[in-house]
Design a protein around this ligand. Structure first.
Ligand SMILES: [Zn+2]
Length: 83
């Protein structure tokens, strides 16, 4: 089961994993048994996804391919790439 989550209601999600595909961006989220699919204000769900490694942890940056809305989530359980 996949549950649609609007981007405006997605603040504070902690992302354990993600998969981008034809149906949009699916996220595995801490504390939820179902995967969620991120939906944008504009009704589209095609996101450009980037993982950002910082000293404070890993962040998932998403921006809507259609309208440019952005959001950021903390990621958990993702290892830093070893240098
Ligand atoms: Zn959009």
């Amino acid at each position: 089961m996949v549950r649609d989550v609007p981007v405006e209601g997605s603040a504070g999600l902690v992302v354990l994993g993600w998969a981008s595909g034809e149906n949009g961006l699916n996220l595995r989220v801490r504390g939820q048994s179902e995967e969620v699919r991120l939906r944008c204000y504009c009704g589209r769900s095609h996101w450009i996804v980037r993982e950002q490694f910082t000293d404070a942890g890993v962040r998932l940056l998403v921006s809507c391919h259609n309208c440019g809305v952005r959001s950021t989530y903390l990621m958990e359980g993702v290892g830093r790439p070893t240098a």
